[in-house]
Every structure is written in C-alpha cells, then in structure tokens.
Design a protein around this ligand. Sequence first.
Ligand code: ATP
Length: 363
Amino acid sequence: MATIEMKNIVKKYGDGFPAVNDVSIDVADGEFLILVGPSGCGKSTLLRMIVGLEDITSGDMLIGGDRVNDLAPRDRNLSMVFQNYALYPHLTVYENIAFPLRLAKWKDADIDAKVREASKTLDLDEHLERKPANLSGGQRQRVAMGRAIVRDAQAFLFDEPLSNLDAKLRGQMRTEIARLQKKLGITTVYVTHDQTEAMTLGDRVAVMKRGILQQLATPRELYEQPVNLFVAGFIGSPPMNFLPATVENGEVTLPFGTFPLPADKAAKTEGKGLLMAGIRPEHFEDVSVIEEGKVDSARTFAAHIDVREWLGDQQYAYVPYEAEAKVQDQLKELARESDSDSLRTQLVVSLDAASSAAEDSDT
Ligand code: ATP
C-alpha cells in the first residue's frame, strides 16, 4: 500500500504567512495526483514535505499508513525527479541510472539487469555509455526518470520535470510519463504550474493558491464545476471570460446585450444585483457557420473583433468592450480574487476554423 495522506499540513517559514496552510489531501494507491497553482502557491513546499526535504510545522504526513513526519528522506523510500534532473555529469547514463542501486549495495548482476530493463523502457539503451553533457534535454529527462524507476520506491514525486524542455518535447515527454505511470501503476505526485499538464496527466488535480487548497477534483470537474473564481480563471486556455452581469425577469444583461437565461440559472441569480458571468471562449459561435434556421436570434449579438489568431483547427477572436464606470471597482476586486488576467475588458472567443469572421469586422 503506497497511499500518501496529508492531514492538516502547515508550513511556516519564520513568522510570515504560512507557505502551506492547513492542507489535507489523501492520495490513493496508484493514483496520479497533480499539485498545480501559480508561482509561490506552496506546491513545491508541499512536495518537499512529502519527500522529507522540508520540516512540517504542524499536521501529519502518512505514507503507506505510517506517520513519516520525523523520518529522514532516505528512509521514506520515495523517488523524486527534479526540474534540473540532478544528474551526475561525470557519470555515464548507465552509472547515473545505477546510482541508487549501488548506494543500496545491490549485486553487480542485479544492477545490470535492472538498468538494462529501465533503459529499454525509456528508450535509452543505445546511449548507456554517454555522459549527460552529450544528451538532449529530453534524453536527460529520461535518464532522471530511469534513476527514479529502478528503485522499488513506494511513490514517484515530480517537481516541474518538463519545464526546461521546449514545447514539442514537453508534449512528447508528457505522454511518456503518462504511459510509464500507467504501466508501473505507482502512486505519483506531480507539481506543475502548467494547467495543460495538470489537466492531461492527473487522475485528480489539487489547485492551490497562497498556501491554501482551493479545489481537489478530477480535471473534468475542475473545468465544469469550479468552486470559485480563482479555479474558474486558472483552469482553461484561453481563460474563462468574466463579464459584469445583472439578472432580471429571467434575462441576463451583459455588456453585449440582454439575453434569455435558463430558468434554473435565472432562479439562482434573479435580483442579486451586480454579478460576474463566467463564459468559456468555446461557448460562443459565429452565426455565419451555423446552419440556416438554427440561429437563435435572442442569443445573438454583434461584436467588433480587433484581433484574430488563427491556429489551424480553430481561431481566437478578441472583442474589446467598455465596462460601465460603476463596475470598474468590482472588476478590479475580482482581478485580485481570481489572480487572473482575463478580466481585462475584452472577450475572448474561440471560433470554428471555418469561420470567416475577419479582423476589424463587426460580426
Ligand atoms: P514556484 O512555482 O515558483 O516554485 P511554488 O508554488 O512551488 O512556486 P513554493 O516554492 O512552495 O511555491 O513557495 C511557497 C512560499 O514559501 C513562497 O512565498 C516562497 O517565497 C516561500 N518559501 C519557499 N521556500 C522558502 C524558504 N526556504 N524560506 C522562506 N520562504 C520560503
């Protein structure tokens, strides 16, 4: 059993605001858990407390059901992969991967079998005699993973392992990590600030902000049912649009007009004064690509596109708007609350690739 249980974990450096503030997360045996959040949210600190590289101020850390708060890192039997790979430059690929086994005083023949098995899994068998300096970034990353998987560790811990790679390689390595984790079925905790990695790799994702766990859920739940503005704005790319809104008589008034609202949404928001409506970019459509007769004129508005980005399979259109003076302060407050840059007064709309909506057009 390699469960990891974090119970009311707090970390304070000095007298300041806690870097990790009362976080409780149970990671199931074999689960892939992601810790995600903006820089400084405490995700690395939390990971380092699991490994034992950082003392826990209060709370309990249990691995495989045993309390490990006072256990040295080497006695926790965890494998960690760091952002900078932490390879030994003077050792060959073979010796880098063999390193933890030599430390554990394995026999040469057993080490050889294990290193060859891992290097095959990771497609490194042709590079075993090379030194790290003569490898590409992706190959170095794989050596670091090789070193992590040769040990029969209880869990893998990754601290932003792909952030030094270019976008294409990052995508490839992401798939490799997912494949490897599935194959080995080993409990994994993975820190990233990249929400694409979070959404694609995790069985569940823990979103953190300023030391506090905001939401712990599957990627789909995070996307469809964010618990607050921060999570709503953080998950999704381009980010969710937040628009000032008022609801009266079953209709919502947005900067672009007044539209009918489904009864359940209207019932919850009717007469509540000024609200924020969250609308994802893909929930807009260009009427010119909708079949005739299927356009709902009550939900249509004209918008002036000032910038358009064509991505091949879809397009992003940017539609600036004026926010009324009376909602400016509220927008600023929301920008603070959501830590989001999506509160600039523009709408981001994701359009079908076939849309002919042009830049500088009213569509
Ligand atoms: P990043 O993505 O930038 O690495 P993070 O989410 O991993 O950020 P942490 O590195 O865990 O964040 O840091 C959380 C908070 O704790 C930050 O405010 C940071 O400045 C502070 N902190 C981290 N390490 C120390 C330390 N050794 N001494 C004092 N404060 C620290």
